[in-house]
Design a protein around this ligand. Structure first.
Ligand SMILES: [Fe+2]
Ligand SMILES: [Fe+2]
Length: 296
């Protein structure tokens, strides 16, 4: 549609445009994230937001029975058909966030720290990773908001952990497309999850709004990450990326049994392929970042 404000994330970009967009993103991310606390893998703005949420807690009106959650959150033990939607939603959220956490843990020690970052792309990547650690804390807070205070962040099986550890060592031109598609998958999942809150938490307005606020903090970053990771990729890599959307989404979501029960994976794939920023609310766009070549 010609009246749309933004263009497909798969829109072409020249080398010069990408160079300028890295500079623009770097300016944005310093403003948006605030000071980097490297030893804590944390950022000033996010730390402040999390503190606000913790200082102003909200509670479920109807306490949630956590036994089924704790039995199934690391590994699904029960028949998923026997679980209620709230439990499925929460165990699914944990599993999605856990994959993120494993990936970033491995990457943090394998990329230059800020002091050793020379290129603007390296500095961007350092802040990006710190942001991902903040996302895990925000997910943890979402679970706590639902009364789940005893969640442990458990490593994956040694084989899967090894695979994630190798990823940062893969040459950039091979790594860039999967890294971009993973960010895109995050935004797709978070947008669908946001809608699911309305349905699953219909009777819990306070917690529903709080979970949306917590999730928005993440989604706003992830929208910026999508553009930023796209910016690493040339024309051939963008073709590869587009062809990876379907297999990646399918593989990843099949690994989390809750996802099929709660979401339509085909719709998520279609949303990933069609992603162009236009469906995002203004309050998110205002706080996020979009590459110049995706603006109409
Ligand atoms: Fe993230
Ligand atoms: Fe991200």
């Amino acid at each position: 549609m010609s009246s749309e404000r933004y263009l497909s994330i798969f829109s072409p970009a020249t080398k010069q445009q990408r160079k300028e967009n890295f500079e623009s993103y770097w300016q944005f991310t310093q403003r948006h994230a605030g000071e980097l606390y490297e030893d804590d893998k944390d950022l000033a703005e996010k730390r402040g937001r999390l503190k606000y949420f913790k200082d102003n807690p909200v509670k479920l009106r109807q306490p949630f029975a956590p036994e089924a959650f704790y039995r199934n959150y690391v590994e699904m033990k029960d028949d998923p058909n026997s679980l209620d939607r709230m439990t499925l939603m929460l165990t699914g959220m944990y599993k999605f966030a856990r994959h993120e956490w494993v990936g970033i843990k491995a990457a943090w020690d394998n990329i230059p720290d800020m002091a050793c970052s020379v290129k603007v792309e390296e500095k961007i990547s350092r802040v990006h990773l710190a942001e991902e650690f903040c996302h895990v804390r925000l997910f943890d807070e979402m679970l706590r908001t639902c009364g789940l205070d005893n969640v442990e962040w458990v490593p994956l099986s040694p084989v899967k952990e090894k695979i994630y550890e190798q990823f940062p060592r893969v040459p950039a031109f091979v790594r860039d497309s999967p890294a971009f598609v993973t960010e895109l998958m995050g935004v797709t999942y978070y947008c669908h999850l946001h809608r699911l809150f309305d349905d699953v938490l219909a009777e819990e307005p306070e917690v529903r709004e709080r979970l949306k606020e917590l999730l928005d903090e993440i989604t706003i970053d992830e929208v910026a990450h999508v553009g930023q990771r796209r910016n690493f990729i040339g024309p051939l890599g963008m073709k590869v990326s587009k062809s990876l959307v379907k297999p990646f989404y399918t593989l990843f979501f099949n690994d989390i049994p809750e996802i099929k029960k709660l979401f339509n994976v085909n719709e998520m794939i279609a949303d990933g392929l069609a992603f162009d920023f236009n469906k995002l609310p203004d309050y998110m766009i205002e706080r996020s970042w979009i590459p110049s070549y995706c603006k109409a």
